[in-house]
Design a protein around this ligand. Structure first.
Ligand SMILES: [Fe+2]
Ligand SMILES: [Fe+2]
Length: 241
């Protein structure tokens, strides 16, 4: 028998695929029928899905989160998506810098799509923080604690702004046989103390052993995220090397 979560995942998959197909088609199409089909899908499938979850699922989930979950986990997922979009935008912007004329239009379109999708995610994310979290803070958090938090947030933000973020090297869409060469090239270009964040679709353990064999004592290796889908490792050149 299909479980509840299987059924929901399946429905999400189908909603996501249909929405994506419409989103790709509708802007470039002159067909009124395509536009009508899009609106019919949004009103006939997407909104009813949301309303039925609102009506029956969320009250059950509220209790489960209270007992077993972390209420802000959904927001951390947003932050993960935001970081991923930033990395994809950086990669596309970088590819545009050396693109041939034949690739430019495609890459520019890709950059615009990524920017618009990030814009939508951030708009929603900020609204959630402002509509749900801030009123709770204003109403229920002691003013002294509010001041302490503000100071801590401000300090961490300024600190990160001063230290330029490490560049991301996302090898998930690179052919496996080319990955190691790319990574060692990136390492070769680092000055002492510098690093980059490797993003991979599996644990890059064999790479670690290769680094140990070839650059033992010259590199630092810090896992920032360890699966199950994405691995992020900060690989740096030791300050003393
Ligand atoms: Fe849903
Ligand atoms: Fe946030």
């Amino acid at each position: 028998m299909t479980t509840l979560s299987e059924a929901i995942r399946k429905h999400h998959l189908s909603l996501g695929k249909t929405l994506q197909a419409h989103a790709r088609g509708v802007g470039g199409s002159e067909s009124q029928r395509e536009r009508d089909a899009f609106v019919a899908f949004l009103k006939g499938d997407l909104l009813p899905h949301a309303h039925s979850e609102e009506k029956y699922l969320y009250s059950a989930v509220d209790n489960l989160v209270r007992e077993h979950g972390r209420p802000t986990a959904t927001m951390s997922v947003d932050h993960e998506f935001i970081a991923d979009y930033v990395a994809r935008i950086e990669r596309t912007a970088c590819e545009l810098g050396s693109a041939t004329d034949g690739d430019r239009a495609r890459l520019l379109g890709q950059l615009r799509d990524l920017a618009l999708r990030l814009d939508a995610i951030v708009e929603l994310h900020l609204a959630k923080e402002e509509r749900v979290y801030l009123p709770l803070i204003e109403e229920h958090l002691d003013p002294t604690r509010q001041r302490q938090l503000l100071e801590a947030i401000h300090e961490s933000y300024e600190e990160e702004r001063k230290a330029p973020a490490d560049a991301a090297l996302d090898v998930r869409e690179i052919a496996p046989r080319e990955r190691h060469r790319l990574i060692f090239d990136a390492f070769g270009a680092l000055k002492p103390g510098e690093g980059f964040v490797l993003i991979n679709d599996h644990d890059p353990k064999p790479l670690y052993y290769q680094f140990q064999a070839e650059h033992g004592g010259e590199f630092v290796w810090d896992y920032l995220e360890q699966g199950p889908e994405v691995w992020r490792v900060r690989i740096g050149r030791s300050a003393a090397a």
